[in-house]
Design a protein around this ligand. Sequence first.
Ligand code: NAD
Length: 284
Amino acid sequence: MAQLIDGKAISGAVKEQIAQQVSSMQEEQGITPGLAVVLVGEDPASAIYVKNKEKACEEVGFYSEMYTLPTSVTQQELEDLIHTLNEKEDIDGILVQKPLPKGLDEKALVNLIRPDKDVDAFHPENVGHIMQGDFHFLPCTPAGVMELLRASDVNPQGKRAVIVGRSDIVGKPMAMLLLHQNATVTICHSKTQNLAEVCQEADILITAVGKTGLITGDMVKPGAVVIDVGINRDAKGKLCGDVDFKSVEPKASYITPVPGGVGPMTISMLLKNTLAAARLHSGL
Ligand code: NAD
């Protein structure tokens, strides 16, 4: 039986630490970290994520601004908003919720965010820093996974880590963070042959694909640490990950549930980045 990694509890502890730090920053320096979140359109999942981010800001004592814009907003209007937020002194972090509706250039917008306010760590300058291992901000979901491993006393050094999924926001930066911690890393993707065989070699198996039931028990090495980043709906509409929990859990040593695993960590890492940005801006 695997030990469950409780992302909700670990994220709660991180948020508590952040709240304490915010409270002393406010008392000693009169500084309140500020986050601006931009949501375009009516994607229901995005609306929930943004609401959760707003709630998390309140919980730790951040100042926050939410910009909810209609699908009809133009690229120029969005770019103007980013320019305004770049200059706003009470805003330390800017986040544009993805995906943006078709017709809007997501990359161009991200590239306009000032790198020292890019709390998602998607700006090419921050991506470069992550490659080099000298970063202010870490991409939230991979950073959350690293925090889950740390909290579970799983040291990646010398371990064989397999990541399934090669997106710019999860798979690729995840590989980099594990590499910085001296794991031997393999990235799998939709064109990988013999996925099961590669996964079977993993001491740490991380999946970020978006396919229900992709990882089954026969693909997992006994005693592996299994981290499920996927967020999907099963046939009954219930939230689930990429991992077939029923067959994998008996073989793993540690496993994250969905929901309640990686998801809550992504938000607490966003708060951590915003706090780091506020420190940076106030010269602390
Ligand atoms: P994406 O669609 O950008 O990338 C999916 C990746 O999976 C691609 O690299 C693709 O090559 C790979 N892939 C597709 N089919 C495959 C297969 N059969 N075998 C192996 N690899 C395959 O997705 P993303 O943005 O990285 O998100 C992945 C999942 O993680 C989604 O379910 C998303 O909702 C979830 N997610 C969760 C969080 C969180 O906070 N928990 C954050 C971001 C994304």
